[in-house]
Design a protein. Sequence first.
Length: 322
Amino acid sequence: MAEEILKITIPPEYARQRFDTVLAELFPDYSRSRLQSWIKKGRVLLDGKQPRAKDKVQGEEVIELHVEDDALNDYCEPQPMELDIVFEDEDVLVINKPVGLVVHPAAGHQNDTLQNALLYHDKGLEAVPRAGIVHRLDKDTSGLLVVAKNIKAHKNLVDQLQARTVHREYQAIVNGVMTAGGKVEAAIARHPRERKKMTVREDGKEAISHYRVLDRYRGHSRIKVNLETGRTHQIRVHMAHIHYPLVGDSVYGGRLKLPKGASEELKSALRNFKRQALHAGKLGLVHPSSGEAVEWSCKLPEDMQQLIKILEADAAAMEMDD
């Protein structure tokens, strides 16, 4: 049976964790049961040796995963879907993901994902783990995603993400008027009771976000956020942690906050903004083949542009009244 060999260096923050847990975190393309099976079959090496599932890792070891070709894209069928392609060459594909599009199949959502669409767009992506998707955006976050079109590019981009050299810049609209930008350095882990949520915890994985204020309104701010790490829900969790939750975030946002004296238009806009106001607007990396620094950008989606106009109009109207 043909196979692909994937290698990845374990980041230091995984030290003292079980090997099977780390393996599942670093290779989320494959189910835990399949990874456990491959450990038992000797298809997974740790620094060239066969580990046990319960072994503790130290960090910096090299995992070598021998992937059976029938497992490269589990449970994912090609589907024709329109893609907003920002850039494409032989190595990478950059997509502007719309709001509402799930990135990859999961329990209860096997179809109509970006991965389904990618496999239809380029049959060659069947040979790349998770059809080349190397990082994610939440379903209701819009913006730029890079896809690796071959195994060499996949490894290169994964290494860049681990080395934190991929530049990811987001725009967000948050509740509250920020006085200045800053840095949030707070470890993130799965919530102990609500398994679909993440939370700030001392025993979590290192997470660092840098933010800057772009505009202030009467009860809200538009900010730019640069990620130093890429944890699940990182911006949403960090902004809620410092008491500036994202507008529309039903998971971390708390109850709806309306500025005193808000117009009916603004009240309606805030009540009907049903997703987190977050957009991945810039993406920069080193091209896997040319070695050149490349960057792409895309404008804010219509719903965020419209909300900003209404916030600006509300602020201007109040200034005139004063």
